[in-house]
Design a protein around this ligand. Sequence first.
Ligand SMILES: C[S@@+](CC[C@H](N)C(=O)[O-])C[C@H]1O[C@@H](n2cnc3c(N)ncnc32)[C@H](O)[C@@H]1O
Length: 280
Amino acid sequence: MTKRRDRGSRAEAEAGCREHFVDAPLYDYEYRHRRADLNFYRQLARNRMEFAAGPILDLACGSGRLLLPLVRDGHQVIGIDRAPEMLAAAARRIRRLSASRRARCTLVRADLRAFATLGPATLAICAFHSVQHLHTDEDFLRFLACARTSLRQGGWLAFDVLPADPAWLGRDPERRWGRTTFRHPSTKQRFVYTSNHVYDPAARLLHMRLYYQPVDDEGRPRGEERTVRLCHRQFAPDEIRRLLGLASFRLVEVFGGFDGRPLAGAAGSDDEHVYVAVAV
Ligand SMILES: C[S@@+](CC[C@H](N)C(=O)[O-])C[C@H]1O[C@@H](n2cnc3c(N)ncnc32)[C@H](O)[C@@H]1O
């Protein structure tokens, strides 16, 4: 049983930015139905490129879930990530593209907080809650500084975060939630998946644990359960607006979901918060 006191160390938080990205085929399988963000960012890239041409930066590109569709749409894309397993999966997909599409892809292994100047780009996207792996204001400002120096003046930065629902944050951390059974896409081993989490309000860090118990075809446990840590900083819109301002960005739009609905805040029916800022 995972105890509250086991969570919250710096090492735990750091592990929470890496462990979920070690098994790229499993990551791709778990998020295979996630589409709304892709549609949103593809449309943004289309709109942006009507004003100015230039490469798109896919910051924390992972296994290429967004990078590949952007390349197929005709854009030149530079993907940055630090997880070798995710980059290897992206590279495998890029190898299957036609030569002309391959020529429009670049992968760079780097940290979001310290990547060398790229571009100059007209659009930088940091999709699927990846900025929530930047656990302190300093980390987020370092990331913004790198993004800013790689963007032209007037270039856009777009990213999303998953807002915290207080009821969900306060769930019993000793219980297991969200039980599902699935087969691993590569090994075909059957697993029971469960999860739980602890929220550290002082650090604004959500420490999640994802549990993968191997089972046989009758559902009986077989072998050791694997625990994967995942840690997300919680951001409020005002904080993001302030930090963007400190890093020479101006927030131009915040949506309460990828369907473009307005931000409702704590009282309303927000899904994910989607931010679009301009480099000033
Ligand atoms: C939720 S995944 C998103 C991947 C991809 N953008 C997508 O939408 O599927 C988060 C990604 O952030 C990367 N990541 C986390 N912290 C990072 C850091 N400090 N520097 C670079 N990449 C980081 C992980 O390796 C992982 O690929």
